[in-house]
Design a protein around this ligand. Structure first.
Ligand code: MLT
Length: 381
């Protein structure tokens, strides 16, 4: 029986999809794992583990490269929580323009002061803010969330600039025509508000640092709902103190940021809505099942994506090192008559499926698995 381990609380909708499986948080030697933010660096994968599905966007809690080397697919759920994050970013644009957080704190301090209305009218001038309409917003990273944020901000009357060197055709067509495609440099120079929507990688780590902050407009607002380590906190604190940044709003509080004037710390609430949790759980569960049951790889972050209709009696699934001779080499080892095949490569890894008119025996599988260049072979009979 397929065994699915969950390492975090996952929406109960996933349980329904796993109705034919053993599913829970105490499963040993699982076939698949459902995870949200649990740190997997120290998790030792068992021999049966085929795939990990991250119910969310960021996969920096999973050793994706190491898992690819072991033939373990890692999936995420792009877009499934995009609306929840977009709504939080829109809220944060208003928090960036106006001193709402400080003002609410101040209003609480008026309890018992006597004439509250009089105190409000007398003190409110200190909390005046600016509107976002007509201001320039830079959206760095135009994936599912970035595109939704850009379109929503444009609809609120902002002049929106978007930058993404890896913009996909699928996202480009969803982008409102009023959004100006731009570069990070132009955004730093031009924008009053900047929101970042890129994954955390060695290349993006601390991309907001003393150098890049120095290029920004004086008094800019920086919003970060992607990952804390995209930002050098010490540099941001210096920029807040000097007035270079008027506000830093982050979904990733740290000890050094808490209590800093004009640092607004939100406790990682971007995707914390029941709607987003349901969407992510369903998408992640379907990705795991598509791979475990049919060998289709959808939304993988570490192996090639590939979906092909099943045909014949059995499917041979092979993860291999992508060298020119591999497909011919594996094809020669497919048992019976191959009735359908498909392959795909990504970053040095290849993935191929072969549908055959014969059941695949353990002996057949051993031959494929032991061929040089093959990382992992699996039969779905
Ligand atoms: C994500 O990566 O999708 C968000 O940070 C939300 C979450 O961690 O679930």
């Amino acid at each position: 029986m397929t065994k699915i381990l969950k390492l975090n609380n996952i929406s109960p909708l996933a349980e329904k999809l796993f109705s034919g499986c053993e599913y829970g948080d105490k499963i040993e030697n699982p076939t698949g794992i459902m995870v949200r933010s649990a740190q997997m660096a120290d998790y030792v994968p068992g021999p049966e583990l085929l795939a990990v599905a991250r119910a969310g966007a960021g996969t920096n809690n999973i050793p994706c490269a190491e898992y690819a080397e072991k033939g373990i697919a890692v999936f995420n759920t792009p877009g499934a929580n995009a609306n929840a994050v977009k709504e939080l970013v829109i809220c944060e644009l208003f928090l960036g323009g106006r001193k709402i957080v400080d003002a609410i704190d101040w209003a609480k301090s008026l309890k018992g002061c006597g004439d509250v209305s009089k105190a409000v009218e007398k003190g409110k001038a200190e909390f005046a803010g600016r509107e976002i309409m007509g201001k320039c917003l830079g959206v760095i990273g135009l994936g599912a969330i970035g595109v939704d944020v850009a379109n929503a901000a444009a609809a609120l009357g902002m002049n929106v600039y978007g930058a993404d060197p890896f913009l996909s055709a699928e996202r480009a067509v969803r982008l409102s025509s009023s959004i100006k495609l731009s570069t990070n440099e132009e955004i730093f120079k031009t924008c009053d508000f900047i929101t970042v929507h890129v994954p955390l990688t060695p290349e993006t780590k601390a991309m907001f640092n003393d150098d890049t902050l120095a290029k920004m407009k004086s008094g800019a607002v920086l919003i970060n709902n992607s990952r804390g380590d995209l930002v050098d906190d010490a540099a941001v604190i210096r920029a807040l103190e000097s007035g270079k940044l008027s506000r830093y709003i982050t979904d990733f509080p740290t000890d050094s940021l808490i209590g800093v004037k004009n640092a607004v710390c939100v406790p990682h609430l971007g995707a914390s809505t029941p709607e987003a949790e349901d969407n992510c759980a369903v998408m992640a569960a379907n990705e795991l099942l598509a791979y475990i049951n049919n060998g289709n790889i959808i939304n993988s972050v570490n192996l090639p994506n590939l979906s092909a209709e099943r045909a014949g009696k059995a499917r041979l699934c092979v993860i291999y090192r992508a060298t020119p001779d591999m497909i011919a080499k594996i094809t020669a080892l497919v048992p019976g008559n191959c009735v359908n095949s498909a392959s795909s490569t990504r970053g040095g890894f290849g993935y191929a499926v072969f549908d055959t008119d014969k059941k695949i025996t353990d002996e057949d599988l051993k031959k494929v698995a032991s061929a040089s260049g093959v990382i992992r072979a699996r039969a779905i009979n």
